[in-house]
Write a protein that binds this ligand. Structure first.
Ligand code: SF4
Ligand code: SF4
Length: 308
């Protein structure tokens, strides 16, 4: 598909327009994965543009390198166009579809709803057990579950975990189909391994070498570093929870564990990462040039410590 009139949304039409200009120019081909992938195509179907938008990490390097960025009449702004298309794609692929509205610019509603849900959750368990239980001290094996019994915790969070995995799998399937993937066209081991390494080190937040651009037009590696704190902090916490589950069910070891138990060490390191990472990303967001910041998702991004 080609031609700006053929796409159903403004975000797709703008991405198509920019990729057509960039494909003629190709000055930025060494900056990230977007441009080499773009060069493999002559026309851009909606699935191609969704794919390219998700390759973009919003480092901003191509905006500052571009001779056609504003005030040029071509107004080429790839990071913003790709961020707008990603935001639109998150809604399009959301499963179940009713959740799509959560991606709208409603950070306050989501934050308030989340706070009430957590408060109601704790209050419910306190009412079921004993309202004094939250204020009392608890020690010894099983003390960890004085407020919420272990089985209830596993049932609740296990259900949420299974739902999240199922939702992501269905969204991935829809995305895979839309970018032209087939059931038999599974990704082979080599490219998959390379993609995991690139994602694990956030290779394309390097912006071609210097890092992400800031309002002072000087690239730094801050966003990459803080993304790493967040991502690996989350992974460490997941490892801690998974290990504790194995200890509980396979070895009948009940929490709380000692300070040097791997469950506690992993969870503590992960928790530190999850404090430093989002805080650093919020700070990095303040230094980011507004010209390469996608505005409609700003408030939502802030509520999750996102730096786009
Ligand atoms: S962003 Fe600008 S300089 Fe880079 S490839 Fe596109 S048109 Fe060329
Ligand atoms: S903003 Fe960075 S990651 Fe996105 S297309 Fe431009 S150079 Fe690539």
């Amino acid at each position: 598909m080609h031609g700006t009139e053929t796409h159903p949304t403004a975000a797709l039409r703008e991405a198509d327009r920019l990729m057509t200009i960039c494909n003629a120019c190709r000055y930025c081909e060494g900056l990230c994965a977007v441009f080499p992938a773009m060069e493999l195509r002559r026309d851009f179907a909606a699935g191609d543009l969704d794919y390219l938008a998700n390759l973009c990490h919003g480092c901003g390097a191509c905006y500052y390198d571009c001779q056609y960025s504003p005030p040029h009449e071509f107004a080429v702004n790839v990071p913003v166009a790709m961020a707008e298309l990603r935001a639109e794609a998150y809604r399009r692929y959301a499963w179940p579809g009713i959740f799509a509205t959560l991606f709208d610019n409603n950070a306050t509603k989501v934050a308030v709803a989340t706070s009430f849900a957590v408060a109601a959750f704790l209050a419910g368990f306190m009412a079921l057990v004993d309202p004094q239980v939250l204020l009392a001290g608890h020690t010894g094996p099983g003390a960890f579950y004085a407020i919420m019994p272990h089985n209830a915790m596993v049932a609740l969070f296990g259900a949420v975990f299974v739902f999240a995995i199922a939702a992501m799998a269905l969204e991935l399937r829809a995305f895979w189909r839309n970018i032209g993937g087939t059931a038999g066209g599974a990704v082979t081991g080599g490219p998959l391994w390379q993609a995991m390494i690139d994602a694990g080190r956030l290779r394309y937040l390097e912006g071609g070498g210097g890092g992400c651009m800031n309002a002072d037009e000087r690239p730094t590696d801050n966003r990459r570093v803080y993304h790493h704190f967040t991502f690996y902090g989350f992974l460490l916490c997941l490892a801690s929870t998974s290990l504790a589950t194995l200890f509980h069910y396979l070895l009948a070891w009940q929490a709380p564990y000692g300070w040097w138990n791997p469950v506690v060490v992993l969870g503590t390191l992960g928790g530190i990462g999850l404090v430093i990472g989002p805080a650093g990303l919020l700070a990095a967001r303040r230094r980011r040039d507004q010209a390469i910041t996608e505005q409609s998702q700003s408030a939502m991004g802030r509520s999750y410590g996102c730096c786009f």
